[in-house]
Design a protein around this ligand. Structure first.
Ligand SMILES: CC(C)(COP(=O)(O)OP(=O)(O)OC[C@H]1O[C@@H](n2cnc3c(N)ncnc32)[C@H](O)[C@@H]1OP(=O)(O)O)[C@@H](O)C(=O)NCCC(=O)NCCS
Length: 158
């Protein structure tokens, strides 16, 4: 688990999502205008999926204030795994306090541990300017199609 705090910032921490977070996640996704699509069944599916990792940022009362979803699978042309970050959301009242960055860094570290060679994020058009700035600040670069990408070199083969 990762935590973020400083004298002028309230503490938050990052932990794996649980089925009990479903209601809070529904609200987070709804904040982006996706309605009620993130239902309990879908959250349960994500939480138990072997190639998906769902992590949440929580406030000191363990209330979800952000979420990131890491989806990964092997890809032949990469000789390793490719990952996508399908959701990165921080609730409006907690934005620009480092929560998104902490979620992203945590997921990148986890992806590297899983042997991921490339991570892609497909920012939603509605959030383009801020989403691109956020991803670029974390070291992702823009490739054609608006995709934000981060790559790790393949280990030398013998
Ligand atoms: C994008 C989002 C996840 C960022 O979360 P956050 O907790 O506010 O981000 P952080 O505070 O960790 O920001 C880290 C850095 O990213 C950049 N950044 C973040 N939000 C930004 C914005 N709106 N405009 C420009 N740069 C931004 C800044 O460089 C920032 O560092 P700074 O605050 O020291 O300047 C959040 O705004 C959000 O949920 N947006 C709606 C959904 C979305 O667009 N998701 C991302 C899809 S790629």
């Amino acid at each position: 688990m990762t935590s973020g705090s400083s004298q002028d910032r309230p503490a938050f921490r990052i932990r794996p999502a649980r089925r009990g977070d479903a209601e809070a996640l529904r609200y987070l996704v709804a904040e982006l205008g996706h309605g009620d699509l993130a239902d309990a069944q879908t959250v349960s599916w994500l939480v138990s999926h072997p190639e998906i990792e769902l992590m949440v940022a929580v406030d000191p009362l363990d209330r979800c204030i952000g979420v990131i979803s890491l989806s990964h699978r092997p890809q032949l042309r990469l000789g390793g795994r490719i990952a996508t970050f399908d959701e990165i959301i921080v609730t409006e009242s907690w934005r620009r306090r480092g929560v998104g960055k902490a979620l992203l860094n945590n997921a990148v570290t986890r992806a590297k541990t899983l042997g991921v060679r490339r991570i892609e994020i497909y920012p939603h058009a509605v959030h383009y300017p801020s989403a691109h700035a956020f991803c670029a600040a974390a070291g992702f670069h823009k490739v054609p199609g608006g995709i934000m990408r981060m790559e790790f070199p393949a280990p030398a083969r013998r």
